[in-house]
Design a protein. Structure first.
Length: 86
């Protein structure tokens, strides 16, 4: 079990092949990591369940490309709403 309190702001987030693909902004609730804004000014969110270990970095269980395809741009519980059809 990963101890979420070990995850701190500004820690590098590395993929399963040790490449850094993000930086921690902060923990969002008990089970989500909010990542710092990317080069486009967008925050992303990943579940704590992806984390395999925490040392001086946060290590996740998937390659970086897959992680970036799977991450979310909205916090858990917030759904993106579409305008009502006319």
């Amino acid at each position: 079990m990963i101890e979420a309190q070990k995850i701190k702001s500004h820690m590098p987030v590395v993929c399963s092949n040790d490449g850094q693909f993000a930086v921690v902004d902060h923990m969002e609730g008990a089970s989500t990591i909010k990542l710092a804004k990317d080069k486009n000014g967008q925050h992303h969110y990943i579940p704590l369940a992806w984390v395999t270990r925490v040392d001086d970095k946060v290590h996740v269980d998937r390659p970086g490309k897959q992680a970036m395809q799977d991450w979310s741009t909205t916090p858990p519980g917030e759904e993106v709403t579409q305008p009502a059809a006319k």
